[in-house]
Ligand binder design. Structure first.
Ligand code: TXA
Ligand code: MG
Length: 319
């Protein structure tokens, strides 16, 4: 495994070639770091599952450079999906669509749908474009962490999570801290109305305004497998306790206006919800690095991004 910090065009071209050759490339996105493989190469994709120790029936998101790739991967695309992509791509939203013949079971976890996303990150977009230039069709990439663990938002965190599990010719592209910090919003676009399978930075309010309709939260079809929907997920080694008072020796994550009790180890003091999302996973990791047994998190209130933060925290706390 090699980490590339100078992400020049030449370096990205090498990374794209690595993908084409069946190797894994971890790369930054605006949400979290992804662990990428050629989405049409079964052997390469199977490496993702073994590196992450992830069950094989969990579908992967295919990362593409633009809408023009969507028709290759999906069929029966509703008009509202196009509207969402026009409005929010490149950006932190994944559209789940009916799959075409290209989206094989090894990417979709055997479901008849495929998750697609155009990431809003310079390196990720460049990688997708360079990959497509040499005949690639899409990059399958889950978050670059061990299954059930906290998603990495820096290249160092990727190394900590999966560095030793990667092969000699696999790559990690380093472009610093991810901008958003929590994973993309996942929208089921297989019905006459969209529904949100996982909340993220593109909020239900934003989607409702764009489409001028009311939408529902959560999978309508209980057979839809979203690993983020598993009860325990995003969990650090430390026990995560929500909205209780922190005792000496505990870690604390809370908005900046909340003071730190004596003897408590402050892990993050975000000033607003954007910053909260941005620092959350890093702060949970920091708690583990400090060897803390318990991290108390005072959750942000309200809708929008706060909902995505509470969603990840509820799962981290049941880990
Ligand atoms: O922000 C993100 O979405 C990041 C970056 C790397 O793009 N990726 C990410 O991937 O979070 P992952 O695999 O950790 O989570 C993706 C979620 C999983 O829970 C998976 O089950 C769900 O997306 N998913 C993927 N394809 C799906 C499909 N066809 N139907 C339902 N859920 C799907
Ligand atoms: Mg994940």
């Amino acid at each position: 495994m090699q980490t590339i910090s100078d992400c020049s065009v030449a370096a990205i071209q090498i990374a794209a070639k690595s993908l084409k050759d069946g190797h894994l490339v971890a790369f930054p996105t605006e949400t979290v770091y992804g662990l990428g493989a050629d989405a049409t190469n079964e052997k390469a994709v199977s490496k993702i599952y073994s590196v992450k120790a992830r069950p094989a029936d969990h579908p992967l998101i295919v990362h593409i450079s633009s809408w023009s790739q969507v028709e290759k991967w999906a069929r029966d695309i509703p008009e509202y999906a196009k509207k969402l992509s026009d409005m929010y791509w490149p950006g932190p939203i994944t559209l789940v669509l009916r799959r075409s013949h290209l989206a094989k079971d090894f990417v979709t976890g055997g479901q008849n749908t495929v998750g697609l996303r155009v990431p809003d990150q310079k390196i990720a977009l460049m990688l997708a474009k360079e990959f497509e230039k040499i005949g690639g069709l899409g990059i399958a990439a889950p978050s670059a962490n061990k299954f059930g663990a906290v998603s990495p938002t820096t290249a160092e965190a990727v190394v900590d999570e999966i560095g030793t599990a990667l092969g000699k010719l696999d790559l990690i592209l380093d472009d610093g801290q991810c901008k958003v910090g929590v994973e993309s919003t996942i929208v089921d676009c297989t019905r006459n109305k969209p529904s949100i399978l996982r909340p993220g930075a593109v909020t239900s309010e934003m989607i409702e305004e764009t489409l001028n309709i009311k939408i529902s939260q959560g999978a309508i079809d209980i057979n839809i497998r979203v690993s983020g929907l598993l009860k325990s997920h995003y969990a650090p080694m430390a026990k995560v306790a929500l909205d209780e008072s922190a005792q000496p020796g505990d870690g604390l994550i809370a908005l900046a206006n909340i003071p730190t009790p004596v003897g408590v180890i402050r892990l993050a003091s975000p000033i607003n919800h954007e910053e909260y999302a941005n620092v959350l996973f890093r702060a949970l990791r920091l708690g583990d690095q400090k060897g803390l047994k318990k991290i108390v998190v005072l959750q942000p209130e309200g809708s929008g991004l706060a909902l995505a933060i509470r969603d990840r925290l509820a799962k981290a706390a049941s880990g």
